[in-house]
Write a protein that binds this ligand. Structure first.
Ligand SMILES: [Zn+2]
Length: 132
């Protein structure tokens, strides 16, 4: 999953969290299954731009609730390892190391799938909190 997708899923989970620490943990935990799904990776520059834009967007969509924002941050946090250590270096996060098998590459059409997931998560962030 591209980083903006992790941000979107983390933000959605953050709306369910009772406190900021749980929101952050849920975002980080959700990173693992999302990484295991095959996906198309954007260039590093585009990934960074989209991730930053998504962090701002989902925080705004969530009404600046700390749990939503920290869920989004938690979703993106594991991929900081790619920035710090580089693509080819040994990684430690379970879905980046050899502990779990990272999803293989997909074609460019997968960008539409990931944008669809991000849109559903945006709807969740906006409307789901009104349900409870
Ligand atoms: Zn990752």
């Amino acid at each position: 999953m591209s980083v903006y997708g992790h941000v979107a899923i983390g933000a959605a989970l953050g709306t369910l969290a009772p406190d900021p620490a749980v929101a952050l943990a849920l975002g980080v935990a959700a990173h693992v299954p999302a990484d295991l799904v095959s996906h198309y990776d954007l260039s590093r520059r585009v990934e960074l731009f989209m991730a930053a834009a998504a962090l701002i967007l989902y925080t705004w969509l969530g009404g600046f609730a700390l749990t939503t924002a920290l869920g989004a941050v938690g979703g993106a946090l594991p991929d900081v390892e790619h920035l710090v250590r580089g693509r080819e270096a040994k990684k430690y996060f379970p879905s980046h190391s050899r502990l779990l098998r990272h999803g293989g590459p997909r074609g460019r059409w997968d960008v539409l799938v990931q944008l669809g997931v991000a849109a559903v998560m945006a709807g969740w962030v906006v409307w789901a909190p009104a349900l409870w």
